[in-house]
Design a protein around this ligand. Structure first.
Ligand SMILES: *[C@@H]1O[C@H](CO)[C@@H](O)[C@H](O)[C@H]1NC(C)=O
Ligand SMILES: *[C@@H]1O[C@H](CO)[C@@H](O)[C@H](O)[C@H]1NC(C)=O
Length: 462
């Protein structure tokens, strides 16, 4: 840290000019300490992580500083958050629910976690997350009880379904009356809620729940860290999403897939027909179609990710066409091979997803081929931890460029340019997901300033 006590403006200008001069003379040395350490791929070309950023996302952790607003002495009732879907969707809804409970001055009971039907399981909150740790670390932010008071313990909560409400509805207006009337309600938070309008104490509860108070159960965390140990370092965690259900859901059609994959997709489609003709083109151009493993391999090469990179596949069991990736990238690791077979078969989908999450927030770099709940949660957590090597591969750019007829070197160059732009500007949809609650964009002059002060420090001018 540089202590700026005298003539800060002068120092700022001095630093900036020094820095600008430095950029013109030798760009890489200046940035090497704080921003990026240039690393070169086997081809000798700069890799994507070495590109100089202009805007980046920083952890702010503002809710951990300053005074907490005292919890009201009387609560307005009890809330259970009901969470459905995959693990990361449940995690997201639970985080939201904690914020809502604080907003309404309610006491939380432990949430209901109902895993997606396709996983055929019933692993609840306590099977994945450490309950005592959560209660301890959310203390002061929101009240949580394991047991309801006797007078309402026998009741089922009154169900308030917010999930289907559209627009910017207000929880105090539309949910508080039910809470006051029934004293015990269950909610599934609505995705459309404007969390940036919450009072600070409610945002703080949400942030604390999401980024500090959720930890895997002891046994699951042990397994996850064993898995992390077993992966050769450094490594890229790659979230591939080319599973039959995903492809069916996307309503996209692919050519050149194996008969087995086609069968699996057909079975998963049900009544959902894929788009055809012009509609299919438009849909694909809008970036709606999951990348295949071989398309992913092509983009990775365009980004100069060396083909001997260690890659951990954060993916479900049903991944299709994986040879498209493994025929190019030869050091690919999957959890079924790294964990003991018996260990693995006894695990639920939820707990497997928890392992992928754990590995991905601890990997050297993370790339997502889709923009799903896991990708949002992982990207936000990585930013919170100060890990900047996170990138969403652009399905839209890939579709647009291939529709333009680009091939070979030209395509690679264009893919590089598109992704470089995203990385430099700190773009990627993470912005819309977390900007209002926890991250601050560092404008370019501040990035320069930081780099400059490091530079000054190294010259011992400060
Ligand atoms: C909740 O408590 C805060 C004080 O912590 C108070 O300012 C706010 O009006 C209360 N809100 C509701 C909905 O009771
Ligand atoms: C779900 O699990 C039960 C027991 O664990 C099993 O008997 C059943 O066949 C499974 N169903 C499906 C669709 O996999």
């Amino acid at each position: 840290m540089i202590a700026v006590s005298v003539k800060p403006l002068f120092i700022a200008i001095f630093t900036l000019s020094l820095f600008l001069a430095g950029i013109l003379l030798s760009p890489s040395t200046l940035f090497s300490s704080s921003l990026v350490s240039p690393s070169y791929s086997s081809a000798g070309k700069l890799d994507i992580w070495s590109v100089r950023r202009v805007v980046e996302w920083r952890p702010c952790g503002w809710w951990l500083q300053g005074h907490l607003t005292a919890l009201p002495a009387e609560n307005n009732g009890y809330i259970r958050v009901d969470c459905y879907g995959g693990l990361n969707q449940m995690r997201r809804d639970f985080c939201d629910g904690v914020g809502i409970a604080r907003l309404l001055n309610a006491t939380l009971v432990l949430p209901k976690f109902e895993a997606a039907a396709y996983w055929n399981e019933s692993s609840g909150f306590a099977d994945v997350f450490d309950v005592d740790y959560f209660i301890q670390h959310i203390n002061g932010f929101v009240k949580v009880v394991k047991e309801l008071p006797p007078d309402i313990a026998s009741k089922e909560p009154f169900q308030v379904d917010c999930s289907k409400r559209k627009g910017q509805f207000d929880y105090i207006e539309s949910v508080l009356p039910s809470l006051l009337e029934h004293h015990y309600i269950s909610i599934t938070p609505a995705m459309s809620q404007r969390r940036d309008r919450y009072p600070k104490y409610a945002k703080a509860a949400l942030c604390q729940a999401c980024y500090s108070a959720l930890r895997l159960t002891r046994s699951l965390e042990k397994k996850a860290s064993e898995l992390l140990e077993a992966i050769p370092k450094p490594f890229l965690s790659l979230h591939l999403r080319f599973e039959p259900d995903m492809v069916a859901y996307s309503q996209c059609e692919y050519s050149g897939l194996s008969p087995t994959s086609m069968e699996a997709i057909k079975a998963a489609r049900g009544d959902r027909k894929p788009w055809t003709g012009e509609l299919a083109r438009i849909w694909r151009k809008r970036g709606k179609c999951p990348l295949t493993p071989s398309e992913t391999a092509l983009i990775l090469q365009a980004l100069s990710v060396p083909t001997n990179t260690n890659i951990y596949l954060a993916a479900g069991d049903g991944l299709m066409e994986i040879e498209g990736l493994t025929s190019v990238y030869t050091n690919v690791y999957v959890k079924s091979a790294l964990l003991g077979g018996e260990d693995f078969t006894s695990m639920h989908g939820n707990t497997k997803a928890a392992l992928d999450y754990y590995v991905s927030i601890n990997s050297d770099s993370y790339m997502a081929t889709y923009f799903g709940n896991m990708d949002k949660m992982v990207a936000a957590m990585r930013a919170y931890k100060g890990l900047y090597k996170t990138l969403f591969l652009s399905r839209r750019a890939f579709a647009e460029l291939t529709f333009q007829g680009l091939k070979g070197k030209e395509l690679m160059q264009a893919l590089w340019t598109a992704h470089k732009g995203d990385f430099i500007m700190g773009r990627g949809d993470i912005v819309s997901f977390v900007s209002d609650i926890m991250l601050v964009a560092v404008p370019f002059w501040k990035v320069w300033w930081t780099a400059g002060s490091h530079f000054l420090k190294s010259l011992e001018i400060d």
